[in-house]
Structures are given as structure tokens and as C-alpha cells.
Ligand binder design. Structure first.
Ligand code: GLC
Length: 751
């Protein structure tokens, strides 16, 4: 890579010097043109590069030249910009112009846990490790932009892409996304935080126009993006497919110009989602900087010469030449792209990365170990000295790294739960029964799992065989849940039911009737109905953990790892427990017709009338008892939370200190969650809101003091009338707990 870059630079220097500095620009004292001189500041280099670019060159860097790349300026030695999905690993290479596989043999990656799993660790250091590791893989694959992470809030448990996001709470999502972004960008690879904004479902994702009040927008749906930009320093943001206030979000004046660039001071690039650009004038004037994935009017979709017809290609160039569009707006876009280049592929000091390494597998396993959530355990786990274990369920064997949409991967290796269990419990007799048939597919975008999941037995026989085997087993581990097929945990379509698919409930209940030591492992990216929760002695919320899935699960089942995960979303009994009640709320109701590409489309108007009452905020407000609450997660040991103390003031910052003692016999970690309650306020507020947390690792008998610091922002609500965050004077409560429903300590204070 270095050689290539130096050649580019030398050739550019030669060109610039040979034909005289274009525009009569003088080279820096050392003979090196400023834009190529890394002793100069980025802004100096950007301005010098901009001054040397022709109008055509400026336009050409604003749009794709292939499926995942945009052009550079060869004449000046400015390289192409290459992008790649996704949030959980680096997507296998596709052909220049097509979604088909390029057929490389060197792009089998590490699949890291899904981001809902990362969130469940409640450990920002795991996010930093994650970002660094995935950034190294992107860097090694010569990708300048990683199309992730996604930070959309889990508004409905039906959302097909929840597995790619951090759950239902904006504060948890904010704390976890910042180190991920920093970890990625430490490799000289831009994180492209997505999907900005209000992309909280997959159903009608291209045509949903979201109507949401400002307070809800600022308190629930924007914080994670704001944190990623202002604290994480994100170099790129991806606009979302849907609409807000009648404008497509890939070119939305309110979101991109008013909020992202003006209010938040974002100096990076706004990248469209693939195919999310629909109009040149809007794209020019409403904040889009780089157009990707468009299948433009008048040309065959995905035609190789369609790039010149992109909305920000020739139509934009013609508009600039005719005076329809101003040069100032153009230069702002180009400056942002140039900054992206100088932060990535023009930084010759950036590291070289690494790919599918043992270190990355270890990182995936470590994150997975901390992500698994022990929901219930009545004396069954951990499994010790087992003689006969029966594993039941398709998710014990089915590869989950293939499928689910753009986050789908081609992995070097994926350890299945059954493999992990067999490897760890090698002294036991481990048998397997399918239990049910789910999705026998195993191919996405030309990548195949190679698994043959075909099954000749029918459901009744599968159930009968599983129950018969269970009667003769000491432990029965049911491993089911959702998968990455359509209408499950997958992009492009939402779930059609809150219940587990494939009659899994029937299988679980049948096993519960014959197996006293039954463990149910639910693998999903969303909450699911658990009607059998009272019948089952042990329940684990597992996730799509990627390459090391089987190892992490076995680590926890065996007690080699003491589980410390906490739920990043609420698990309700039924879909009715959640705030969405009407078609207007979801999936939306038909509205106007709007041009979408070469066709007209019916816009679906959707109103977030539940407002800020999403997730536990709603369950608290409506006094609904969840099956398992937000923030819940057990351990193989026990902990004692001491009486908190507080110092400081809301103006200068309040630091709470709270002791945590491991009162059990094995090492473990507990997360102290701090919720703020503002009972007396001029506006309705949630009963409590997460505003701090600290994860503490303790040996048996050890005590540590957790410190959580808050400032006035933790007391504030967004006053839409003033368009400002407001903390009203009065009494507040700091609620300390081990879940949103297990509050064990309270500190009253006044602001
Ligand atoms: C997809 C997704 C986005 C992804 C992009 C490129 O449609 O919405 O998350 O990064 O297109 O594959």
C-alpha cells in the first residue's frame, strides 16, 4: 500500500511540477505541493487540493464509480475512496458493477458479534476493542470507509434490523457507539454511522415518512448520532432511506443541514444509503455529499455507465455550468470528501491492519463472552460434571453469519453452538436432535454456508424424537430463536409475529415436561415471546455472536465464563405490551404519491405518537410488568450494592460512589445502572431514564467502589419550544439498580 501511495504522490508531484503548478500555485518551501505535504495542516492541504481541482474533478469525487467506490483525482494523486459493509465484519468483495461475488479467496473474515450483543456487554471497553479489531480488518482489505455502526433505536421488537443496533435506550447506545467509532478510525478508516435518521423499521423502509415531535426526536432518536459525531468524531454519516417531514433523508434539509452540519458542527461526509438518492436539486441543496448505489432514470438498473447519470454526476455538472447551482455549495461538498481522503487513504502513517487473525477471533470471543445474558437460573447452570447432554434445536447447528442483508459475511470459520458444546464437554456424551425445521437455506449474495440442513422427518416426528431423547438425558439444552431469513432478523422486511417461529414454543414446552434440567438458549437480535418462561429453570439470551459463537456459549454454559451481560431492550410478554397500537404508528398509512427513481411510489405516513415512551419508558409509564426488564442479567455469583454517596453539584458535575461486593464464591462482574427520576416537572417525563452505568469485575469476597458522574444534561429534557435542553430546578432522585426494575438504592438530591 505504501509503495502504491508514494508512486501516486511522486507521479502527482511530477505532473504538477512538470506542467507548472496549475493555477500558478507555488510549491511549499520543500518543493512539495502543499496538498501533498503532510507537514501542513489538513485544512491547508484541503484548500490547496481544492484550488487545483477542475470543475469536472470536483463533481466526479461526489458519486460512486462502482458498487462500493468513488473516483479520486489521478492527475493530482488523490486516490479512490473504497467503502465496505458492515457493522459486524468486512463484507466479501463483489464485482465492480454488480452485487455478485468477486470470488476472492482472501476475503474470508472474522465475524464479530452483532451490535445488539456488543451493547449487552454494557462495557465501552468492549466497544473500543470491537472498533479497533473490525477497523484493522477493514484497513487490511484497503477499505477507507466502514459502513457501520448502526445506531437506530429499537422502537418495535418487530424491526428486522434490530440485531444491527444497540437496543432501546439512547444513553446506552451513545456510550457504546463512541468507542466503537474511535476504535475504527484509529486505523485510518472512517466509521460511517447509520442510518440517519428515524430508520426504525424495515417494512416500507424506502417510503415511510416519519412524523415525530421535536422533543422525541432530540431525546430518543438523535442522541447516539450526536455522540458519534461530537464525542466519537465520526468522519462519515449515512443518510437513511425513509423520509422525515416529507424529505428523503439522504437529502434532508432539517436533518443534514440544520441539525447535523449546523447544530452539531459535523465536518465529515454524508453518504447516501445505496439507492437513497432521488433528486439532484435536493441532493445538492439538502446536505448530501456522496451518492452511492443509485439506479438512475432512463438507464437499465445497475448499468455500468449509469454512474455518469447519477444525480450528483452529469446532472449536477450541467447545473453548475448553467449557473443553476452555486460553486460554494459544491466546494463545501468537495472539502468534506477531501477531508475524508486526508483522514484515510492520504494518511501515509496509518497502520496496515490485519485480517481474520487469532487476535480478532479472541476479541470476538471475549466480546461474546461478556454479551451473553443469563435471564433465569434455578440451580441448573453452570453445567458441571455432566455425563449426558442432549442439544436440541436448529440454531445449535445453523450458520448465522450468512444472510440478514448487507451485514452478511463470508467467514474464515464459524463455531456453531453444538461444536462449542461438544468441544467443551468432551467428557460427556453429547447428543443432538433437530427438534424443529426452520430455515434450511444457507446462501446470501452468492456466499453459501455449505451446510445441508435438509431434513426428511416431519415436525411431529422431530418433536417425538427430541422428547424421547430428552427423557434419557441429564441436561437438555434447547437452542432456538430467530435467524437471518426474511421476516426474521434480517434487512428489508420486519418480523410478522412477536412469537418464536417454527412452533418452537411447542417443542420447548414438551421438553420442559420431561427434562428437569432444561436450559433454553434464545438466539435473536430482538425480544421474543417466552410463554414457557415459568416452565423452564434456565434461560439464556444469546446473540448472533459470529465466528466464535459456539465457544462463547460453551464458555458460559460451563462456567468457564461467568455471564455478565445485561438486556439492551425490554422483553415483554406479548406485542401488546409495547407502545405501538395503531397503523399510523406502524407500519404507517398510505399518503401522497412521490417519484421514486423511475416510478411513482405511495408514501406511508407514520406518526411516532408514543413520543418519548419507548422501551422501558413505556413499560414504566403503563405499569406493565415485563417478562425480563431492560438492563436485566444474572450471574453465577451474587453481589451487594452499598449505600451510594454523592459529591459535587449538577452545575459542576455530581459524582456518585457506590460500593459493589461479590458475596458469592466465583469471580464475576456486576453493572450498576443509574437512572434519574424527575417526578416534579412542567412536562411529563419517564418514571426513570438511564443516565449512567459502571461495570465492576470482582473476585469472590472483593469489594470495589463504582464511580458514576453526571452533569446537568442528565437532569434535562428537550424543550421543543425553546429548542434547547432544560433542567428545571427541583428535587431529583438517583436510582441505582441492576436492571430498570431492580432498583436497590436511592439518593435524593436537589438542583
Ligand atoms: C443497504 C443498507 C446499508 C448498507 C448499504 C450498502 O441497503 O441499508 O446499511 O450499508 O445498503 O450495502
Amino acid at each position: 500500500m505504501k509503495t502504491h501511495l508514494v508512486c501516486c504522490i511522486l507521479s502527482a508531484v511530477a505532473v504538477v511540477t512538470a506542467c507548472g503548478n496549475q493555477n500558478g500555485k507555488q510549491a511549499a518551501g520543500n518543493g512539495m505541493p502543499v496538498f501533498l505535504d503532510d507537514s501542513k495542516t489538513m485544512d491547508e492541504r484541503v484548500e490547496d487540493a481544492l484550488s487545483r481541482m477542475t470543475l469536472e474533478e470536483k463533481v466526479t469525487v461526489l458519486h460512486a464509480q462502482s458498487k462500493f467506490s468513488s473516483a479520486g483525482v489521478p492527475r493530482l494523486g488523490l486516490p479512490e475512496v473504497w467503502m465496505s459493509d458492515g457493522p459486524h465484519g468486512i463484507r466479501p468483495e463483489v464485482l465492480w458493477d454488480k452485487w455478485e461475488q468477486a470470488g476472492w479467496t482472501s476475503d474470508s473474515c472474522t465475524a464479530f458479534p452483532a451490535l445488539t450483543a456488543l451493547s449487552a456487554t454494557w462495557n465501552p471497553e468492549m466497544s473500543r476493542l470491537y472498533g479497533k479489531s473490525i477497523g484493522e480488518e477493514a484497513r487490511y482489505r484497503k477499505k477507507d470507509v466502514l459502513l457501520g455502526p448502526g445506531v437506530n433505536i429499537n422502537r418495535t421488537p418487530l424491526n428486522g434490523r434490530s440485531f444491527e443496533y444497540f437496543g432501546e435506550d439512547p444513553y446506552l447506545t451513545s456510550r457504546m457507539v463512541v468507542p466503537y467509532v474511535q476504535g475504527v478510525q484509529g486505523n485510518g478508516v472512517a466509521a460511517c454511522v447509520k442510518h440517519f435518521a428515524l430508520n426504525n423499521q424495515e417494512t416500507n423502509r424506502f417510503t415511510t415518512d416519519v412524523n415525530v415531535d421535536d422533543r422525541t426526536l432530540y431525546e430518543i432518536y438523535l442522541p447516539a448520532f450526536k455522540a458519534a459525531v461530537q464525542e466519537g468524531g465520526a468522519w462519515a454519516i449515512m443518510g437513511s432511506y425513509n423520509l422525515y417531514k416529507g424529505q428523503w433523508n439522504c437529502h434532508n434539509q432539517y436533518l443534514l443541514n440544520d441539525i447535523l452540519k449546523k447544530e452539531w458542527g459535523f465536518d465529515g461526509v454524508v453518504v447516501s444509503d445505496w439507492g437513497g438518492t432521488h433528486d439532484t436539486k435536493e441532493a445538492v441543496e439538502n446536505g448530501l455529499d456522496m451518492e452511492f448505489g443509485t439506479w438512475t432514470d432512463g438507464l437499465k438498473s445497475m448499468a455500468s455507465n449509469s454512474y455518469d447519470s447519477y444525480y450528483l454526476a452529469n446532472p449536477y455538472l450541467e447545473g453548475l455550468k448553467s449557473g443553476k447551482y452555486d460553486m460554494q455549495t459544491l466546494d463545501d461538498k468537495v472539502r468534506r470528501v477531501l477531508r475524508l481522503m486526508y483522514r484515510t487513504n492520504m494518511d501515509k502513517n496509518r497502520p496496515y491492519g490485519s485480517f481474520a487473525s487469532p487476535e480478532h477471533a479472541a476479541a470476538a470471543r471475549k466480546i461474546g463472552d461478556e454479551a451473553i445474558v443469563l435471564l433465569k437460573n434455578e440451580g441448573v447452570l453452570p453445567i458441571k460434571d455432566a455425563k449426558k447432554i442432549l442439544v436440541v434445536g436448529e440454531n445449535a447447528i445453523k450458520m448465522m453469519t450468512v444472510g440478514g442483508g448487507s451485514s452478511s459475511l463470508k467467514v474464515k470459520k464459524e463455531y456453531s453452538p453444538l461444536e462449542g458444546i461438544k468441544e467443551r464437554f468432551k467428557d460427556a456424551d453429547v447428543e443432538y436432535e433437530r427438534g424443529y425445521i426452520g430455515d434450511v437455506g444457507g446462501e446470501y449474495n452468492g456466499v453459501s454456508t455449505g451446510q445441508d440442513l435438509s431434513e426428511s422427518r416431519f415436525a411431529e416426528q422431530l418433536l417425538k424424537d427430541a422428547v424421547t431423547a430428552a427423557k434419557n438425558a441429564e441436561y437438555v439444552i434447547f437452542i432456538g430463536g430467530l435467524n437471518k431469513s426474511d421476516h426474521q432478523d434480517a434487512e428489508g422486511a420486519d418480523r410478522l409475529s412477536y412469537s418464536l417461529p417454527y412452533s418452537q414454543d411447542t417443542v420447548i414446552e414438551a421438553l420442559a415436561s420431561v427434562a428437569p434440567k432444561l436450559v433454553v438458549v434464545n438466539i435473536s437480535g430482538n425480544a421474543v415471546a417466552m410463554p414457557w418462561a415459568d416452565m423452564v429453570p434456565a434461560i439464556i439470551q444469546d446473540w448472533y455472536l459470529g465466528s466464535e459463537a459456539g465457544h462463547s456459549l460453551a464458555d458460559v454454559l460451563s462456567g468457564d465464563v461467568n455471564p455478565s451481560g445485561k438486556l439492551p431492550f425490554t422483553i415483554g410478554a406479548t406485542l401488546d405490551d409495547y407502545p405501538i397500537k395503531t397503523a399510523e404508528q406502524y407500519p404507517g398509512v398510505p399518503g401522497e404519491e412521490k417519484r421514486l427513481g423511475t416510478n411513482m411510489a405511495t408514501i406511508m405516513n407514520e406518526t411516532y405518537s408514543e413520543g418519548i415512551f419507548v422501551g422501558y419508558r413505556w413499560f414504566d409509564k403503563e405499569k406493565i410488568t415485563p417478562v425480563f426488564p431492560f438492563g436485566h442479567g444474572l450471574s453465577y455469583t451474587t453481589f451487594e450494592i452499598g449505600e451510594p454517596s454523592m459529591v459535587g453539584s449538577a452545575e459542576r458535575g455530581i459524582t456518585f460512589k457506590v460500593s459493589v461486593k461479590n458475596t458469592g464464591s466465583v469471580a464475576g462482574a456486576e453493572t450498576v445502572e443509574l437512572y434519574i427520576s424527575d417526578a416534579e416537572c412542567s412536562v411529563e417525563r419517564p418514571e426513570k431514564e438511564l443516565k449512567g452505568f459502571a461495570k465492576v469485575f470482582l473476585e469472590p469476597g472483593e469489594t470495589k467502589v463504582a464511580e458514576i458522574t453526571i452533569d446537568k444534561s442528565a437532569l434535562s429534557f428537550f424543550d421543543a419550544g425553546k429548542h434547547a435542553w432544560v433542567a428545571e430546578k427541583g428535587d431529583f432522585q438517583a436510582l441505582f439498580g441492576t436492571s430498570s426494575r431492580d432498583i436497590c438504592r436511592t439518593v435524593k438530591f436537589t438542583y
